[in-house]
Write a new protein. Sequence first.
Length: 351
Amino acid sequence: MEPIIEQLEDMSAREEQIKGFLNDSSWGNARRVPLAGDASNRRYERLTNALDESAILMDAPPESNASNKAFVRIASHLREIGLSAPIVLNADQKKGLILLEDFGDNLLTEIIQSQPKNEVMLYESATDILLQIGRNAAPNGLEHLTPALLSEMILPAFEWFAFGILGRLDDNKDAIVSSFQRALQITTNVTPVLSLRDYHAQNMIWLPDRTGIARVGLLDFQDAVLCHPAYDLVSLLQDARRDVPIAVEKAMLTKFQSHVSENEAEFEAAYYALGAQRSLRILGIFARLSLQAGRPEYIDFIPRVWNYLDRCLQHQSLTGLRETLLKNLPEPSTENLRNLREQCAKYPNPL
């Protein structure tokens, strides 16, 4: 059977599953409008019924490895500790379909763009949420991002980002991973907390009718893990999709650190080590999405992520690592990014 025919048949079968799920959920006659997705295999639709009530359909097929059970579980935990996570209206875990409360479209990124005077207030609210998460015990059974795991997670920076530009794999990548693991040992000096992992303004909705920290609706937390408290703070303040003013980053870093650690220097070292780790991982992920998934728009974010990496590596605790990394990773110059875009035409990637 031709691949295109197989694909169409799969889409048709999936649509029948969705229709059955919506009928069982009393939303079978709702109007369905696709919503912008993320970098995952999940799809979203907004449903509107005859009473003008709305809900969100999350379509996360089991074969996509989406963590549907984890989403429901973490959403429940977040609501229990006073935060705003969508109420799960119905779920079919086997089929990977979840019907969610609709938080609307007031993304923090868009609120900040239209009301820049509120930027600091919104980042303070997002920082307060992280403090609330850290004050509460995390659910059992979550994976712990140890220095060993965190350091392994930087490999895509070499296997996709560097390879996509240079056309070869770096022989030094394993040694660099080992060096990074040593740099990340400082993250073991505090008790790990629940980390939502993709904690940034694009994954938060402003809910003005609620009060306190519940005014920020949380999305995209199904990949939650245990990690150092600074991990999600880095995700928030070194946002790959928008420029967070350095003054805001420093103010939120000071605010957060004052509540979670008496050792300012140690917390700061952990923050910048995790910042470097995240930037390297994101460079690899964005290059992979560009090369393997045919999403070259992610190349546009790479210079910003590189700047975060460069800033983090300037911390005094990472001096030696900075020299090694910058020798083995190509700078995203105009020419190198052009090379990366040209490689996108060779999809699928030859790796």
